[in-house]
Design a protein around this ligand. Sequence first.
Ligand SMILES: Cc1ncc(COP(=O)(O)O)c(C=O)c1O
Length: 416
Amino acid sequence: MKKSTKSIRIQTRKTQYREHSTPLFLTSSFTFEDAEQGKALFEETEEGNIYSRFSNPNVTEFVDKVCMLEGAEDGIATGTGMAAVFASMAALLKSGDHLVACRALFGSAHQIITQILSKWGITHTYLDATATEAEWEAAIQPNAARPNAARPNTGTEPADRPAARMVYLETPSNPGLELVDLAMLGRLKEKYGFILNVDNCFATPILQTPIDFGADLSVHSATKFMDGQGRVLGGIVVGRADLIQPIRFFARHTGPSLSPFNAWILSKSLETLDLRMERHCSNALALAEALEKHPDVALVKYPFLESHPQYELAKAQMSAGGAIVTIELEGGFERVQAFFDALQIPTLSSNLGDSRTIVTNPNTTTHAKLKPDEKAALGITPGLIRISVGLEAIEDLIEDFEQAVSVSAEALKENV
Ligand SMILES: Cc1ncc(COP(=O)(O)O)c(C=O)c1O
């Protein structure tokens, strides 16, 4: 069966009520038929639900669907995307380990790496998304194995640090839409044996399956496109069963569980993920093409625009360009204000991946806490606008964005 059929048909076993739609198992615990069963479940000689911090039928249905979509052996769902990112690192890294990461990361992932893992003696090196294979290879090898000249001087780099235990990245990145070459990292992983951990939130498994390129883990903020309507928070890590096992142990005992209610919503949403992504992507491409022609837009970035510096790579590892378009408007924050004031349809919010189009100014919101040099490295300028393109009629979106670009450009000229 096709993945689209399976995302609709994977379902919890019918109860005695013969329901069509999966019921909501809003229960914190499950009962034992007798003392023997309780013992067997805890000894894991019998499979079954015990307590919703460990597992729950709604959560299992959601996990089964994402594993199917990503081509993963196993998975564990969490209450938020950040809990998934954190669990994937905290469960698999230990003091003295080294993490190599792409610099273009969601702000909270950057805070985990620089402010939390660092307290536990886990060091890191940051690389640009566009770093060459040789630069990635140099960063992955132990310091002792390479000449001084090849040592990246970013992140925390003790001279005696070991080879990378994990490589962590987002592709496409938030908000710069930079891509990392998954096939290249898959090759390096074969050579050096690190854990390749990919945040696949922007692409979703509909557009990109990192495991096919050699990734060991794929993590998601399910809050975004998997929900798709801005209702609930959720996260998930899927991948190699032997890596999911320690993450499951970590989650079972530290408790970042996904609520059954949120899992129920997310699993229902996965029934339409492929349809929604198709519309998100066609809308995003059409909007990007229209804005690229507008004389008052300084820059448009979208992975499936030929002008994107990594267009060929985008075509090689994604089946469509995704729902996020970034644009650059000249005139700084004042221009951004005028532009946002002129827009009629989009909502101003820091979220993304919604059926409603959302605009965000990363410099003053999602990435405001970064230092000026960190912002510069990520291309976060005052006039950068991230557009999460929704499912509205594309004619309406193009008309609204075009008029707001023109009105804001005029407003700025009048103020000069
Ligand atoms: C790429 C990416 N990863 C992870 C997260 C974190 O997810 P959550 O907000 O569900 O914790 C976000 C956004 O919030 C994101 O954009």
